[in-house]
Write a protein that binds this ligand. Structure first.
Ligand code: FE2
Length: 582
């Protein structure tokens, strides 16, 4: 019995379960090559069918991550905006036009909206033909939570989901005891920590819903001198862990069109242009917005201390869970003993959460091991890889045994070369976790600049993350748990920070990725080999892309390799140097 899970609008994605086993999951952007693709996930659905080698008509159930009819709060908010803002009126009229003419608009690439979910049967039938599968819609935050909660076998824990906004709620805090769910608090839209953070992101000249991590990377360079201003004028913390956002001043939808309330500008100065160097004001504002976000997150969690004092484990999900600095603070400040954030805490992960909810309703337990791996995308066999390699290389390229491949790659890295690393299935979620990564030696501070020059062409203030063998993680980082999905920031231990300067941020922290032998044997072997040469079980790991979605196929990898100046590409059983290229 096949169950398809889908998420659309932002970070659209699809996944496929066979009975309780997760077969695959993939974001649309990997296939369409449109970054943060919010179009309806036709390509992702087709890829899932291809991987499982089934037809759309074979599906028994289709699980959707959103209940479109529960829009009363949003509809009221939208009406209010319609009457008060010409900007919002333009935006809303465009969406209504698209809704009234869906067939035409689905012929071209465009953003999808919650209105599409009313037309789901028609959209799917247009794309895949007649089908009998039953479509069920689930609560958005529940789908965030169910996916994240599948990451651990804990019996008693808290589960926080927070994002821009679901059907009505933007934050949900629950406690789960022995499988029973109790709601601690629900915070309704337009109060939204996600919208608050994104509005400041836009104000600081970064692309909203994409550049939030840039603001997070900039924050440690500044002082949070605007914190009191934010907490008095923009985001008010109230009793019992509640908060309210001043949406008149902090207008997320106006910010999407690069417009800001005059009072907001009076408080924080002129918005930064995207091509302008960040000033001290901008950097301090990034630090302040980040600090306000962290304080608000801890404030939302605070009722747990009185209501559930023995709960010391936390699952975090929703787009706001991508704030890895805030995640790390929960551990650093010893608010929880252990936390877990899934590899795709943003809306893409809801495709899996919706499918889990659908299986649960049928009394089918989802297999946790199949959900916990981040390697859920397409895999390519060596013949497919060879056809790409031979097209671009001079003469025959030698196929290497895994041990030789690892040894040669580790030697190149230890000699200061930068490599593209393409192995096994693609990762689900926004992080490169050793399936599709660019790798470099973390011991040289100047390698950051070289990586930026050869590949990334990105802002110099943004840190690079380390991968470390799970068994060595504690020796290098102040973290007492695994961080298999690179979504927790930890302090780099005194004394070792100078050994790995390329992955140590200005505030002596790092976004840690712990690698176990069981989760990714060949990547773990590479880290181990690198350690045997250099004494350091750490590699700089950044996503295999150049300002585009992370590469998916061998062809994407080769094109990105050709467009970059990196020294070598390790793809399947092949190691290609630039001198091997035609
Ligand atoms: Fe969400």
């Amino acid at each position: 019995m096949y169950t398809l899970g889908i998420a659309t609008m932002t970070n659209s994605a699809a996944c496929l379960f066979q009975d309780g086993h997760l077969v695959c999951a993939i974001e649309n952007e990997r296939l369409t090559r449109v970054k943060n693709d919010d179009a309806f996930p036709i390509a992702a659905i087709q890829e899932c069918l291809n991987i499982a080698n089934i037809q759309f008509s074979d599906l028994a159930d289709i699980a959707v991550y959103w209940q479109p009819w529960r829009i009363s709060t949003r509809a009221l908010g939208t009406l209010k905006k319609f009457s008060s803002s010409a900007l919002s009126r333009r935006h809303i009229c465009l969406r209504i036009k698209e809704f009234l003419n869906p067939t035409e608009s689905h012929q071209i690439h465009r953003s999808s909206s919650w209105l599409d979910l009313f037309l789901l049967h028609r959209i799917l039938a247009n794309a895949f033909g007649v089908f009998k599968a039953k479509i069920t819609y689930f609560d958005h935050h529940l789908t965030h939570q169910l996916y994240a909660e599948a990451m651990r076998d804990w019996t008693d824990y808290a589960s926080l989901s927070y994002d821009g906004g679901g059907e009505q709620a933007s934050t949900v805090l629950s406690v789960i005891r022995g499988g029973a769910r109790e709601t601690v608090s629900v915070h309704n839209w337009p109060n939204s920590l996600g919208h608050m953070y994104s509005t400041f992101t836009g104000f600081l000249g970064f692309k909203m819903l994409e550049g939030e991590y840039k603001m997070m990377g900039l924050a440690p360079y500044g002082e949070p001198i605007y914190l009191d201003l934010i907490l008095s004028k923009i985001l008010r913390l109230e009793e019992a862990g509640r908060y309210s956002l001043n949406t008149l001043l902090c207008d997320y939808h106006a910010a999407l069109c690069n417009e800001f309330h005059p009072e907001f500008i009076k408080l924080f100065g002129a918005p930064r242009r995207y091509d302008e160097e960040p000033t001290k004001v901008h950097i301090d504002l990034a630090a302040s917005a980040q600090r306000a976000f962290e304080i608000a997150q801890q404030h939302v969690l605070s009722p747990l201390r009185t209501l559930h004092p023995n709960i010391n484990k936390l699952v975090v999900s929703g787009g706001c869970a991508l704030n890895v600095t805030a995640n790390g603070k929960l551990l650093q400040e010893k608010l929880f003993e252990e936390i877990i954030i899934p590899p795709a805490p943003h809306d893409a992960g809801c495709a899996i959460g919706a499918a889990i909810a659908s299986l649960k309703a049928k009394g089918i337990a989802a297999d946790p091991a199949s959900i916990r791996t981040p390697y859920l995308g397409s895999e390519y066999n060596s013949a497919e890889i060879e056809s790409i390699v031979s097209k671009h290389c001079n003469g025959p390229t030698k196929k290497l045994a895994p041990a030789d491949l690892v040894e040669q790659a580790a030697a190149l890295l230890a000699n200061g070369l930068i490599i593209g690393w393409f192995q096994g299935k693609s990762e689900f979620g926004p992080r490169a976790l050793g399936g599709r990564s660019f790798l470099a030696d973390p011991r040289r501070a100047d390698i950051q600049e070289e990586v930026n020059k050869k590949i990334k062409k990105r802002e110099l203030f943004r840190p690079f993350a380390p991968s470390v063998t799970e068994e060595d993680a504690e020796k290098f980082f102040e973290i007492q748990q695994s961080s298999p999905y690179m979504n927790i920031v930890a302090r780099v231990r005194d004394g070792v920070a100078k050994k790995i300067p390329a992955v140590t941020h200005i505030d002596q922290t790092a976004r840690v990725h712990t690698v176990s032998k069981s989760s990714n044997p060949i990547y773990h072997a590479l880290l181990t080999k690198f350690k045997s040469i250099t004494g350091i079980p750490v590699l700089l790991n950044t996503s295999f892309n150049i300002q585009e979605p992370i590469v998916q196929s061998p062809n994407d990898a080769m094109q990105t390799f050709l467009n970059s100046n990196v020294d070598a590409l390790v793809i399947g059983p092949y190691l290609i140097r630039r001198t091997d290229l035609k």
